[in-house]
Design a protein around this ligand. Structure first.
Ligand SMILES: Nc1ncnc2c1ncn2[C@@H]1O[C@H](COP(=O)(O)OP(=O)(O)O)[C@@H](O)[C@H]1O
Ligand SMILES: [Mg+2]
Length: 300
């Protein structure tokens, strides 16, 4: 493998139209419904595979119809699959995404198997078989989070590079990730996540604090693109102007672009240009994976 992605996979049911719920048994009519591959780890893995990386996803899925759909979508995208063992009664996770015609959205998530991954599911055999390990959606997976510093330390001892995208903490507790960052080559937050994990509002100050812990910080900045801070200094990359259909998973596709650049040997300042382009291009279609970039797209 080039990349072992570890984390969440589930279907996203994306509903469009008159989706602001009115209770009292009201029936509302939709204009569209799509059942697509969701989960930050799954979208990143699909993006890596699309970019030509030999990619495997380690995740937990239930033995049910949502699990079967998720497996099928990952196989279609050329992602190898390693499934953690979970209790048979736990259902596959699901997100229902309500997108009214404007820019707003509401997300209803059944965690199901999403929190089921354990640190010991990432075995030394898995680590010996990959160049890089990426972990997504840390705050949805407290069991994995509790031992992730040890997993990343084992990875690095085996010569494997490491990256982390915590994504948002739905509980907004933002438990410390300092011990994990000491073993993380690249931390990939968006601007609000960078502020939240550090408690520092100024993103420059926040990033410098984390660089002092030994990690490179690559910050996603929506339509503005990306910024990076590391031992070799700072850099930035512009977002691309595209006809935005849906920004779901843009940050995950960004991660894939970044990893493809780094694993092709590019320096961070160049890899964030690939990343920002991969993020922007992914917004051209609904759902996280339908418009993900190819390597030719990024080089162009
Ligand atoms: N409206 C947009 N127009 C163009 N590119 C975008 C837009 N929103 C996001 N992107 C691209 O996707 C990347 C990640 O998006 P962002 O929203 O910052 O992350 P996240 O999805 O993790 O919150 C950005 O760095 C940028 O390259
Ligand atoms: Mg994100």
């Amino acid at each position: 493998m080039d990349v072992l992605v570890v984390g969440d996979a589930n279907p996203d049911l994306v509903l469009r139209g008159d989706v602001r719920p009115r209770f009292g048994q009201a029936e509302q009519l939709l204009t569209g419904a799509d059942l697509v591959l969701g989960g930050s780890a799954a979208i990143t893995a699909a993006g890596c595979a699309r970019l030509g990386l030999n990619t495997t996803l380690l995740t937990a899925l239930g033995d049910d119809v949502f699990g079967a759909i998720t497996r099928q979508r990952l196989e279609e995208r050329g992602v190898g699959l390693l499934l953690a063992t979970t209790a048979p009664e736990i259902p596959t996770g699901l997100s229902v995404i309500l997108t009214p015609d404007d820019d707003d959205r509401s997300i209803l998530t059944l965690p199901g198997t999403i929190p089921a991954l354990r640190p010991e599911d990432v075995t030394d055999e898995h680590l010996a078989a990959t160049r890089h390990v990426h972990v997504a959606s840390l705050y949805l997976q407290p069991g994995l989070a509790a031992g992730l510093a040890g997993v990343f330390a084992r990875a690095r001892a085996a010569g494997v590079t490491t990256s982390l995208d915590t994504n948002w903490d739905p509980a907004e507790r933002w438990d410390s990730i300092t011990d994990i960052l000491e073993h993380t080559d690249v931390f990939l937050p968006n601007a609000n996540e960078l502020r939240a994990v550090t408690g520092e509002q100024d993103v420059d100050k926040a990033a410098v604090m984390l660089v002092a812990r030994g990690t490179t910080v690559v910050m996603k900045n929506g339509a503005a693109g990306a910024r990076a801070w590391g031992p070799d200094g700072e850099s930035s990359a512009p977002g691309r102007t595209v006809d935005v259909a849906d920004t779901t998973g843009a940050g995950d596709s960004f991660n894939a672009g970044f990893l493809a650049g780094r694993l092709a040997g590019l320096p961070v300042a160049e890899a964030i240009r690939w990343a920002a382009a991969a993020g922007s291009l992914s917004t051209r279609a609904a759902g996280g994976t339908a418009a993900q970039a190819t390597r030719a797209d990024l080089e162009a």
